[in-house]
Design a protein around this ligand. Structure first.
Ligand code: NAP
Length: 529
């Protein structure tokens, strides 16, 4: 049973009068449940409870936080089938994709609990005193990372599990010791509610303060804005559109006491295909690119939206083959009405520009659900450089092929691009060394370089970086995927000449936690005398 209420520090409430429905993307029909948007009072109660909870969670040992993450994982796995069925009804993403995404979500939670048990995430650094140093003695300085405080997490529409209620941002914030207030995405409110039950059960089972988790529903921007404006909030994790991320970044910056917003936003993920790659592996790349461009109906932030090719007959043949391969794939159901209308408007804007050809025809949709035909467009490098609007992300199955004439022109294209989550290069067998300048130029624009591969599919590992310069994200030095994501919700504090017994355990001489520390420039798990 879905109640349509908000979960405020473990209590289910619906004090407001504004409500919305979740919509079945396959039929466009709204469901029966009324989901009540959180009121200003409910938002205030959630953040105040989070601030109270932080008084405890900030002191919890890493192993206690790890136990909590493991319990959240178990609670999710216990209702996995129901979660998949509910999310499928709200997103039409299908069982296979959703089961995979659920495994990724529990994998993220487990990765953080493993990190916490290992302990190096606090980044303990100790520079012992040098009393004999001249002209001035050096004091004893010890530094580690501490949790920021209550974090607001904004769910994305296209990842109802992995970037949502118990997704990567929530997992990272909990792992850091921060209470979490989730602003649920209006596209999948019943899924958010189910996850909230799982997290609440873990909160009770672990004896955590109830305020360490709340779920706020809403389908206008007011809930998110009021939440980010709350004086007790300390940070925001956001995954979504450029427009939404930018708006919340501004709200946070205009507070009397600004707070950090970590926003992962859109990207067009350029793919450069060299003459050598076209000659040696053209057919194979056609298939790989068509699959990547249409995966998840193109609704991935890592969708390869821009393909750059050396002008000539080989490129023309490649584009023709790619168009055919993409058109041979049946379009799937889109997530919601906003994605559908946003695609139609965005593609119309791009297609109306001089010198941009649309190579695919509008075909009548065979489904009554939300849909948009697979779309292939083509232009040249000059047109792309002169029309920054062509860099707008089309959040769906839309691919723009751009041909360049000579290395200089490719360099200028890369320089003209905004920041990207990824950049990919396909090359021939003997071209690698000659492509060093291209790799270096691309490196300046992206968060992840992909060699002879495709950008969709983001592995959750310690080395992963999912972010990039603006507009891919607003904080290029942070990631939203992988265990490094925890750093967004921690801040460094240094202790100078503080007595050993008053230091946090991570910094004490005896190293009671047994963690790896950087002591006087050397990584060691040892103790200090
Ligand atoms: P969205 O429309 O930006 O919504 C995301 C969340 O922010 C929702 O909860 C939304 O709720 C809220 N929101 C949006 N605008 C707001 C505003 N002005 N003020 C306050 N709250 C606001 O994003 P989406 O629906 O998930 O759209 C998909 C986009 O996400 C694509 O562009 C995709 O590329 C991107 N994405 C990025 C990543 C990544 O890691 N970089 C991953 C997945 C998706 P309300 O509408 O209720 O306000």
């Amino acid at each position: 049973m879905t109640a349509g209420e908000n979960s405020i520090a473990g209590e289910w409430q619906a004090a407001g009068s504004e409500f919305f429905h979740s919509v079945d993307p396959r039929t466009r029909q709204p469901g029966e449940t009324r989901f009540y948007s959180a009121t200003a009072q409910e938002i205030d109660a959630a953040v105040r409870a989070a601030a109270d909870a932080f008084a405890s969670t900030r002191l919890f040992p890493a192993t206690t936080l790890a136990d909590f993450l493991d319990t959240v994982t178990e609670e999710i796995e216990a209702v996995a089938d129901a979660l998949v069925a509910t999310a499928d009804a709200e997103t039409a993403l299908g069982d296979v994709r959703l089961n995979g995404e659920l495994a990724r979500t529990t994998g993220q939670l487990r990765a953080f609990s493993t990190l916490l048990r290992e302990g190096s995430h606090v980044e303990a650094v100790i520079d012992t005193a040098l009393p004999e140093r001249t002209p001035l003695p050096r004091p004893d300085i010890r530094r580690m990372l501490l949790p920021l405080g209550p974090v607001a997490v904004f769910s994305a529409s296209n990842f109802p599990f992995a970037f949502a209620t118990a997704g990567g941002d929530s997992a990272a914030a909990f792992a850091a010791g921060c209470p979490v207030i989730v602003k649920g995405h209006p596209g999948h409110p019943a899924t958010s509610e189910r996850f909230a039950h799982a997290i609440n059960a873990a909160v009770s089972a672990c004896g955590f303060p109830p305020g360490c988790f709340s779920l706020l529903q809403g389908d206008g921007h007011d809930v998110g804005r009021i939440l980010v404006e709350h004086p007790f909030l300390e940070a925001v994790g956001f995954t979504g559109s450029l427009r939404g991320g930018r708006a919340l970044h501004v709200v946070a910056a205009q507070r009397p006491r600004p707070i950090p917003v970590f926003a992962e936003m859109g990207s067009i993920n350029p793919v450069v295909i060299t003459a050598g790659a076209l000659a040696e592996r053209g057919d194979e790349i056609v298939q790989g690119l068509a699959a990547s461009a249409t995966l998840g109906v193109g609704q991935f932030c890592t969708n390869p939206g821009l393909v750059l090719l050396p002008a000539g007959e080989a490129a023309s043949a490649f584009i023709t083959a790619c168009r055919a391969a993409i058109m041979a794939i049946e379009p799937g159901i889109l997530l919601n009405a906003a994605v559908e209308s946003g695609l139609a408007q965005g593609v119309a804007r791009s297609a109306a520009l001089d010198n941009v050809q649309t190579l695919t025809r509008e075909v009548r949709s065979r489904t009554q659900g939300f849909s948009y035909p697979h779309t292939v467009m083509q232009t040249d490098a000059t047109t792309l450089i002169e029309n920054p609007d062509l860099q707008e992300e089309h959040f769906g199955p839309v691919t723009l092929f751009v041909t360049w004439d000579g290395q200089d022109e490719l360099d200028r294209v890369l320089r003209s691009l905004g920041g990207q989550l990824t950049g990919s290069i396909h090359c021939g067998r003997d071209e690698a060394e000659s492509l060093r300048p291209l790799l270096d130029a691309m490196r300046e624009k992206v968060g992840r370089l992909v060699w002879n591969g495709y950008p969709t599919g983001v592995d959750v590992t310690a080395a992963m970086h999912h972010g990039g310069p603006w507009p891919a994200s607003n904080a290029a030095n942070t990631t939203s995927v992988g265990s490094n994501a925890i750093r967004r919700f921690l801040r460094p504090v240094a202790w100078q000449d503080v007595p050993d017994e008053l230091l946090p355990e991570a910094l004490q001489n005896s190293n009671p936690l047994g963690i790896v520390r950087l002591v006087n420039g050397e990584l060691t798990q040892g103790t200090l005398s």
